[in-house]
Design a protein around this ligand. Structure first.
Ligand code: SF4
Ligand code: SF4
Ligand code: FES
Length: 243
């Protein structure tokens, strides 16, 4: 398999981006975009399509197992994990366009600064101060929410999210759902308020985020449960009886 990778590169956040084409050849039919980027960077003297020597491609990865979210990028216009994007599934006419996620500041090439996602979680106190346990009715919801990778793919397609906005997007609403589902009722007031202010009120409910989550999280179900708890004061995972 011979693929032309058109990579949107940038020396830093202050310089202009430019498209660079690099050929990649492999016999591995399961090779992913992550495989291609790694192999290209390992090769002696990387050259572009015109034979010019070019610098290694800066990108991020850790697990290479679809578990950490670090390798999220835009591949042929779809946000996805490079380690989960098989070349043969992504290519169109022998080409794949690779760009950094667009909702975050670019650091270099495909590396972006996703700290706004983590700052938003901090602003809403999305963590447990003590050990908690989901009850039978909410355990499944809590587990589903815990699978979020904080990759940012959902923010890429969200029409309502931008860095600095009061609306924090799905990457915040999903972890909040876990907190809501595990905290005792008496301690939920502040987190429910944060969910209403930074989640529910800014969300257009279009569910564009539902189709891109690489973890396959049932976002629809989680948001329905959190909306019910935060707005209509109903129990997470319960039978929607008023408390
Ligand atoms: S439902 Fe729409 S507005 Fe709400 S978080 Fe998902 S993409 Fe964004
Ligand atoms: S909800 Fe899905 S797409 Fe959004 S940050 Fe979590 S894992 Fe990524
Ligand atoms: S490197 Fe961890 S998800 Fe791709």
């Amino acid at each position: 398999m011979k693929i032309r990778l058109d990579i949107l590169r940038r020396e830093s956040g202050e310089t202009e981006p430019y498209l660079q084409s690099i050929m990649f050849e492999t016999e591995d039919e399961n090779a992913t975009v992550a495989t291609a980027l790694s192999e290209i960077n390992k090769s002696e003297g990387i050259r572009d399509l015109n034979g010019k020597r070019v610098k290694p491609i800066r990108w991020e990865c850790s697990c290479l197992q679809k578990k950490c979210g670090a390798c999220a990028m835009v591949i042929n216009s779809h946000p996805q994990l490079a380690c989960n994007a098989r070349l043969k599934d992504c290519e169109k006419n022998g080409c794949i366009k690779i760009e950094p996620l667009r909702k975050f500041p670019v650091v270099q090439d495909l590396v972006v600064d996703r700290s706004v996602m983590f700052e938003n979680l901090r602003l809403m106190n999305v963590w447990f101060n003590e050990q908690t346990k989901a009850d039978e009715g909410s355990a499944e919801i809590s587990y589903e929410a815990s699978r979020c990778l904080q990759c940012g793919c959902c923010l890429e397609v969200c029409p309502n999210f931008y860095a600095g906005s009061e609306f924090f997007g799905t990457s915040a609403m999903v972890p909040i759902t876990r907190i809501i589902s595990e905290l005792p009722e008496a301690q939920k007031k502040e987190i429910l308020k944060a969910y209403r202010e930074h989640g529910y009120s800014g969300c257009g409910k279009s569910l564009a985020c539902r189709n891109v989550c690489p973890a396959g999280i049932d976002i629809d179900r989680l948001l329905v449960n959190s909306n019910a708890a935060a707005v209509w004061r109903r129990k997470i995972g319960g039978r929607n009886k008023k408390k």
